[in-house]
Ligand binder design. Structure first.
Ligand SMILES: NC(=O)c1ccc[n+]([C@@H]2O[C@H](COP(=O)([O-])OP(=O)(O)OC[C@H]3O[C@@H](n4cnc5c(N)ncnc54)[C@H](OP(=O)(O)O)[C@@H]3O)[C@@H](O)[C@H]2O)c1
Length: 360
């Protein structure tokens, strides 16, 4: 068996955590997860705690990892403006690769997104294709890829770049988790006896959007890092369907046994700022796991997604042509995430008496 060792950079993220979980199911991989907070070792997975903004810390803790064959880069540092994102995010990539680059390194995978098409700036050409021209810099993902391509050219390892749409996953404590934000927002609406209103900007309710399931993304990322045809390529990776909130929102409401009401712009970053006491009360009342409110509060990111009053989707033909064919139904994905959050007692069951009866 061709044994490989993955260094998953950003292993506690919405994306990185699922990548670690996926790699852990594959017999030919050993996995090292990297983040500042670290994690518990289990089976073929171990963790290192490193602050990648500190090059000396990166060298000290990663320099000895001579067994790494594949680096999967999915770390992220947030900043208030697009321009300010460049320096820290480029530095983290450079520090990770330079410190962990051993003679056996074969591939570096870079997690990107539709920001490379300017999708965060305003209406852009859809469906976006991998060879579409990017926006004017500064854009951290474009700077990262340029550095990676230049480094790969002289070092003898290959690269791939993965471009997901909005990612659906169950990780907690992450600033960019739309599904968790919807689940907590809906659970609070239920608690307050309110209908589930779409809280986004006017014009956002009927636009065409796309999601990427975090499990599908993990499979695509490993595929692109190991299939020789995918080396030196960028791929849009998404579920395979498109949706509009007009259609999906009422279906999500039904899961929570909620009525809907016409959309009303309610920036969640503002509206949810005073809801920590309510969250604590829900934990007590429903016997939930004691999850800190900040760990389920991706409100700024949810506002960004609910504020997309233009179409946001990429063309995934290239990945299919190169050999990746997985598909996920987006409604089923959301409902599976909500069910998982219930099973883990992160959010309540709609009727706790029913749940108690089921468990008896
Ligand atoms: N989430 C989405 O919907 C989405 C969609 C498309 C593209 N993307 C892109 O995918 C990438 C990853 O996103 P994500 O949502 O998975 O991010 P995330 O949930 O915020 O995860 C970021 C990871 O980076 C680690 N990290 C942050 N600063 C670090 C540092 N100084 N040193 C070491 N590790 C550090 C974090 O762990 P610690 O905090 O413990 O250090 C965490 O594991 C980003 O470039 C993002 O733009 C995300």
């Amino acid at each position: 068996m061709d044994r490989k060792t993955a260094l998953v950079v950003g292993a506690q993220g919405v994306i990185g955590r699922n990548l670690v979980e996926h790699l852990a199911t594959l017999e030919d991989w050993d996995v090292i997860g990297l983040s500042r907070r670290g994690g518990e070792a289990a089976g073929r997975v171990r963790h290192v705690a490193v602050d990648l903004l500190d090059p000396a810390d990166a060298r000290d803790r990663l320099g000895g990892l001579r067994e790494v064959t594949h680096i999967f880069y999915a770390a992220f540092q947030d900043r208030p403006s697009w321009a300010e994102l460049v320096a820290p995010n480029l530095a983290m990539l450079v520090n990770a690769v330079e410190a962990a680059e051993a003679p056996g390194l074969r591939h570096v995978s870079l997690m990107q997104g539709y920001k490379v098409y300017g999708g965060h700036l305003g209406p852009f050409k859809t469906p976006a294709r991998e060879d579409d021209p990017g926006p004017m810099p500064p854009e951290f993902m474009i700077h990262q890829l340029a550095w990676l391509q230049e480094r790969a050219a002289t070092r003898g390892w290959s690269w791939s770049a993965i471009r997901p749409a909005v990612v659906g996953g169950t990780a907690l404590g992450n600033p960019m988790n739309l599904a968790v934000a919807i689940a907590v927002y809906a659970s609070m609406a239920k608690e307050l006896g309110l209908p589930l209103r779409f809280p986004g900007k006017p014009g956002a309710y009927d636009k065409l959007l796309q999601m990427t399931d975090s499990g599908l993304l993990a499979r695509a990322t490993v595929w692109a890092a190991t299939d020789p045809r995918a080396a030196g390529q960028a791929f849009n990776i998404a579920n395979g369907d498109l949706f509009r909130w007009t259609d999906l929102w009422p279906r999500l409401a039904r899961f929570f046994e909620l009525e809907t009401a016409p959309p009303l712009p309610m920036p969640l970053d503002t509206m949810m700022a005073d809801k920590e006491p309510l969250w604590r009360a829900m934990i007590d009342r429903h016997g939930l796991a004691p999850t800190p409110y900040r760990d389920v509060s991706s409100w700024r990111f949810a506002d960004f997604i609910f504020g997309l009053n233009y179409d946001m989707f990429g063309d995934t033909t290239k990945a299919r042509l190169f050999g990746f064919h997985d598909t996920v139904d987006t409604e089923a994905m959301f409902l599976a995430i909500f069910r998982d959050l219930r099973e883990r007692r992160i959010i309540p069951w709609p009727n706790r008496h029913n749940k108690a009866a089921i468990e008896m």
